[in-house]
Design a protein around this ligand. Structure first.
Ligand code: FE2
Ligand code: FE2
Length: 466
């Protein structure tokens, strides 16, 4: 549904970035070989290998990670990591014990920031290029293929930054073992200094990777699962504030997060980003919590003000959300979800109230959210989960039957589609059907539990953003 022009531009930029990186790789490798006076034929041979390896990387990206080509930021991130580690490798290869070259950081960073399999392939390519530069040093290749691959696998399993110490210890073990088995193969005398270097290498790789993550996140505007997991923890300051100052909005956001996360998993969107975005989507309600129905206890301050003023307060929760999220340094991808979660929809309740009360014309534009419409599938999922949850919550409890919920889910999705709110994301009709099934599945689970435990009640606060 999105215009193709933007994607085409990004693709061209990515191809230019990719071509530059291939040229830089060849220059770096050939410069290293020239300094060691290699023969022309040998240099052509190594250059050919480098091209073949980069061809492998490129083919893999085209087949499985097109989003990398279609995103200027991601391709720039990928190439920057690759070039930095290649430069380090070329300059350190002949001057320090090779164990100390921090090759695994390339794979680890890519694994955390983009994708684990891509990280493993990046590590493989760099390890083989290093092996070629070092006169086919097979020990170099074995060490870095094994150590780097383990690093990629382990780093993505880190749920919190505190886990890093265990990952570093595990990697020290892997590196030391790799050196040991290689030395046994050649029945060499064990060089204890090699073990020390291999251990240090693991620690350096983990420290550099984790220490530099915030920098990569900021410069390239990407967010790591690690950061999202931290943000979705209910101990986060901002979520705690929401719980204390706007408890109704907090519970609503939790339910939206459950709906949106399940739907994102089912249709293959980024579930962690969707969940975290949903948890923070209404953070702007912290400014005027009492004006939102889910936080009201009988009294409704909207009764005393004009519908235009009411609509203004409601609409501003998006702007306030963006402001608060920026103050709390939330990642841009979360801020985008906050900004887009109502698109440019009409605040219908107050628009019709104003029309009823007014004798003159009522400008519809004054009752619309500022937009933009959801630009990503994750933002669109949060938008749909939000309106479904708000509607279901506004029903008297006796009316919250599965049949009625199914009807609401269908109506909400269709109305957002008809209004054009989903025009700028990439959700397809098939995925919208998947979303519907997922939302209903969550409610079925919820009601099933309620039947088993009759003491339970659905969170009592109504919520429809007014
Ligand atoms: Fe909202
Ligand atoms: Fe909401």
């Amino acid at each position: 549904m999105r215009t193709k022009a933007k994607t085409a531009n990004q693709t061209i930029i990515s191809i230019v970035i990719g071509t530059i990186s291939v040229i830089v790789s060849l220059i770096l490798v050939i410069a290293n070989l020239l300094s060691k006076s290699w023969s022309t034929m040998s240099m052509i041979s190594v250059g050919g290998y480098v091209l073949l390896l980069l061809g492998l990387l490129f083919t893999y990206i085209v087949m499985f990670h097109r989003e990398l080509i279609e995103s200027k930021n991601k391709s720039l991130l990928f190439v920057t990591v690759y070039i930095i580690v290649l430069v380090l490798m070329v300059f350190m290869a002949d001057s320090v014990p090779f164990y100390l070259i921090p090759i695994p950081i390339a794979g680890m960073l890519i694994a955390v920031l983009i994708d684990i399999k891509l990280g493993i392939i990046m590590n493989l390519v760099l390890s083989i290029i290093g092996c070629l530069i070092m006169t086919l040093n097979i020990e170099f290749a074995l060490f870095y293929i094994i150590s780097g691959s383990f690093s990629c696998l382990l780093i993505t399993k880190a749920k919190q930054r505190q886990n890093m110490i265990y990952i570093a210890l595990y990697l020290i073990g892997i590196n030391v073992l790799t050196v040991l088995v290689y030395n046994l193969y050649y029945a060499k005398t064990l060089l204890y200094l090699d073990f020390l270097y291999a251990g240090i290498s693991a620690v350096i790789a983990v420290i550099i990777t984790i220490g530099s993550l915030p920098l990569w996140e900021t410069i390239f505007d990407v967010v790591t699962p690690l950061k999202l997991l931290e943000l979705s923890n209910s101990n986060q300051k901002l979520l705690k504030r929401l719980l204390l100052e706007a408890p109704g909005s907090y519970h609503h956001s939790q339910m939206v997060a459950n709906l949106a996360e399940t739907a994102a998993i089912d249709i293959g969107a980024d579930a962690l980003l969707t969940r975290t975005g949903a948890l923070y989507h209404d953070i702007g309600k912290l400014r005027n919590p009492g004006y939102f129905v889910e936080n009201q206890n009988g009294e409704n301050p909207h009764d005393d003000i004009a519908p235009e003023a009411s609509a203004n307060i409601i609409i501003n929760h998006v702007k306030d959300g963006v402001k608060i999220a920026t103050e709390y340094r939330l990642p841009k991808s979360i801020i985008n979800i906050i900004r887009e979660h109502h698109g440019d929809a009409l605040v219908q309740y107050f628009y019709y109230k104003a029309k009823q009360q007014s004798e003159g014309e009522v400008d519809e534009q004054d009752f619309r959210y500022a937009g933009p419409k959801p630009q990503s599938n994750e933002a669109a999922i949060v938008m749909l989960a939000d309106c479904v949850e708000a509607y279901v919550r506004s029903l008297p409890e006796k009316d919250r039957t599965l049949d009625r919920i199914e009807q609401i889910v269908t109506e909400m999705i269709e109305s957002r589609l008809d209004e054009g709110q989903l025009d700028e994301c990439d959700l397809k009709i098939k995925e919208l059907k998947g979303l519907k099934t997922s939302f209903i599945k969550v409610y079925k689970g919820l009601y099933h539990e309620r039947i088993q435990y009759p003491g339970n009640t659905v969170d009592g606060d109504e919520n429809d953003d007014h």
